[in-house]
Design a protein around this ligand. Structure first.
Ligand code: ATP
Length: 285
């Protein structure tokens, strides 16, 4: 079996796209949709494809520096321990940091609470030529806000349409949105939390409230289901990424980003000077 037998980037993208049939309760979090290779091949491909992603992002950056107004936004949503931080470090870390606008969204500040829930999101959208990365996002406002009853039901229910309208506008203004929902099994989550308790270098990551959230998983499952059903649109579809195997989830998100960049049909900007003249001038200098 060759690499080409098991690795077709388009298959990964296609296999992960949420459909009306996607059932959160049935996601095989240990699966590797669209990819038949093993971990060793996955890791090798991840490095190779990371270089492709980095070049594509540089082209977008160059476009932004020469008057282009397009950008890409990666939205990462997931249960605790799904690996959002690792996704940023490993996948986004392959890209030149000057081309990345990264923003992590925690509990809203007092000032943020005084504004509409999309206020802080709109402020953090990527600039021209940038890859924006949201570690959590406005989807917290239909996930934790719903499950923890932080707002009345009629408020969170109204947010799906508000989000769709908002994202539609963002897309119209030139941002390609890639939405990634990351899922781990409750067993895998338990293992990852246990590791945080075992290792001194991971204690800082442990949050006792993560254990309380585990008890609410059925409610979160329903909230994730409705999020996918209500906000996976043609303009800004959700991709459902199984995350028990980190090597797979990182390869998968690399492919989702490459796919988004390729759809932009990028090219290097034309020089605004005459090459031959400049070669001559340089030689004479
Ligand atoms: P992570 O688990 O992603 O590494 P963290 O615990 O290190 O995150 P924090 O700064 O503590 O990061 O923020 C994450 C917390 O903020 C989560 O519990 C999340 O549910 C909460 N949060 C994010 N957005 C909202 C929101 N709009 N409303 C209420 N809570 C929110």
């Amino acid at each position: 079996m060759t690499k080409d037998d098991v690795f077709r980037p388009a298959s990964i993208v296609e296999a992960l796209r949420a459909t009306p049939e996607t059932r959160v309760a049935d996601i095989d979090t240990n699966g590797t949709p669209g990819f038949d290779g093993d971990k060793a091949l996955g890791e090798r491909l991840f490095a190779e494809r990371g270089a492709v992603l980095s070049d594509l992002q540089e082209m977008l950056f160059a476009e932004g520096r020469t008057g282009g107004t397009r950008s890409v936004l990666l939205i990462l949503q997931g249960m605790d321990t799904a690996g959002k931080g690792g996704m940023v470090r490993h996948v986004v870390g392959q890209i030149d940091p000057q081309g990345v606008d990264h923003k992590a969204f925690g509990v809203p500040t007092e000032e943020e609470k005084r504004h509409h829930f999309l206020w802080r999101i709109a402020k953090a959208l990527p600039r021209n030529g940038q890859l924006g990365v949201f570690d959590r996002s406005h989807y917290e406002d239909v996930l934790v806000a719903r499950v923890r009853s932080l707002v009345p039901e009629n408020v969170w229910r109204g947010r799906y349409d508000e989000i769709n309208r908002f994202e539609s506008e963002v897309v119209r203004e030139g941002t390609t949105i890639v939405k990634v929902a990351m899922f781990v099994s409750l067993d895998e989550q338990k293992k990852r939390l246990a590791e945080r308790l075992e290792r001194r270098d991971k204690h800082w990551k442990y949050d006792p409230s993560d254990v309380s959230e585990r008890a609410l998983w059925p409610q979160y499952q329903q909230a994730y289901q409705d999020m996918l059903d209500r906000t996976s649109t043609d303009e800004a579809p959700w991709y459902v990424v199984p995350c028990d195997r980190k090597w797979y989830s990182r390869l998968a998100v690399t492919e989702l980003l490459i796919d988004a960049f390729e759809r932009l049909d990028l090219d290097w900007p034309e020089p605004t000077f005459d090459i031959e003249t400049e070669k001559r001038r340089l030689a004479e200098s």
